[in-house]
Design a protein around this ligand. Structure first.
Ligand SMILES: Nc1nc2c(ncn2[C@@H]2O[C@H](COP(=O)(O)OP(=O)(O)OP(=O)(O)O)[C@@H](O)[C@H]2O)c(=O)[nH]1
Ligand SMILES: [Mg+2]
Length: 287
């Protein structure tokens, strides 16, 4: 029996529904934006994506590039490009997404084909998919101009699909597809919990925090030192005590409140205070 695994793969019904919806409406879609988190280019990627979207034209949108370790993440970008992916890296809070728009226009030959057949041109239809919290909604809002205009319904198999106008050439399916990665490796689950893609309760919080501290110590010891005053991790409890005292997580009698320490660490990651980190290590996974 493996309790962890069962716990991690929650929502199977919900995911099955998303998959079915995508499958049934794939004919109406020209381009898929697969959104992944630059801090975990492996763990946040949907492993069976090609089973779901077949040979649809896709663009890998790597969000939160501002939060990642660029040296490490760039290895993944190269890797995915070598696999034939078109990759756009971005900080959705800052960058404009012109390059994504331009790439979308460049790699889609739908209207050339239609012209040859004597058909009228139409807008390129885009679907955004990705696991939770990678930035799908932020990307949608960025793509959609202020006046959100529905450009009419295209009949889908099971329901009417709503398309949102992006510009004269592109429209976007109004709901992004939330999918779930297959978590077959423990480390993937830990990365997802550490970098806020799954609720931390899915895994024992203590394990997640231990993993964060161990990983930071291994690859980014300066962060531990500068942010928390920790320079060795020989004893986990001692590390928590140091962090707790430094950050004022004390209960009566000067006892460190560990739950508070856990929250602080997770919040620091969530708020991007701990940044320039990439937890998927290319050299270890693919090198
Ligand atoms: N620093 C930084 N934060 C980002 C970026 N993109 C998204 N975020 C933040 O990440 C969080 C999640 O973004 P959402 O757009 O809600 O993610 P989502 O994929 O729609 O999440 P679900 O709807 O839960 O599946 C938000 O707090 C965003 O502000 C980015 O490029 N850089
Ligand atoms: Mg969302």
């Amino acid at each position: 029996m493996n309790d962890n695994k069962t716990n991690i793969n929650y929502y199977p019904g919900h995911m099955a529904k998303t998959k079915r919806l995508i499958k049934e409406n794939l004919n109406f879609i020209d381009v898929v934006y697969e959104v992944i988190d630059s801090r975990m280019p492996y763990s946040s990627k949907i492993s069976d994506i090609d089973n779901i979207i077949k040979d649809k034209t896709k663009i890998l949108v790597m969000t939160k590039y501002d939060l990642c370790d660029k040296v490490e993440t760039d290895k993944w970008i190269k890797y995915y490009e070598n696999q034939g992916y078109k990759v756009i890296k971005c900080n959705l809070l800052n960058d404009n997404i012109k390059s994504l728009i331009n790439l979308t226009l460049n790699i889609t030959d739908i209207n050339e084909k239609r012209k040859l057949k004597g058909m009228k041109e139409r807008k390129i239809r885009v679907l955004i998919i990705g696991i939770p919290n990678v930035g799908k909604s932020t990307l949608t809002n960025k793509l959609v101009s202020k006046k959100v205009a529905k450009v009419g319904n295209t009949p889908g198999v099971t329901k009417n699909l709503n398309w949102i106008r992006i510009n004269n050439d592109i429209e976007l399916l109004d709901t992004p597809g939330i999918l779930w990665p297959k978590i077959e490796e423990e480390q993937v689950g830990l990365n997802l919990a550490s970098l806020t893609a799954i609720k931390e309760e899915v895994l024992p919080l203590e394990d997640v925090i231990n993993y964060i501290i161990t990983t930071l110590y291994k690859y980014y010891p300066n962060i531990l030192k500068e942010r928390y005053g920790v320079d060795n991790i020989d004893d986990f409890i001692e590390v928590l005590d140091i962090i707790g005292k430094k950050r004022g997580c004390l209960q009566k009698g000067n006892i460190v409140d560990y739950d508070k320490v856990y929250s602080i660490i997770l919040k620091d990651i969530k708020d991007g205070i701990i940044k320039n980190i990439t937890f998927d290590r290319y050299d270890e996974l693919k090198g």
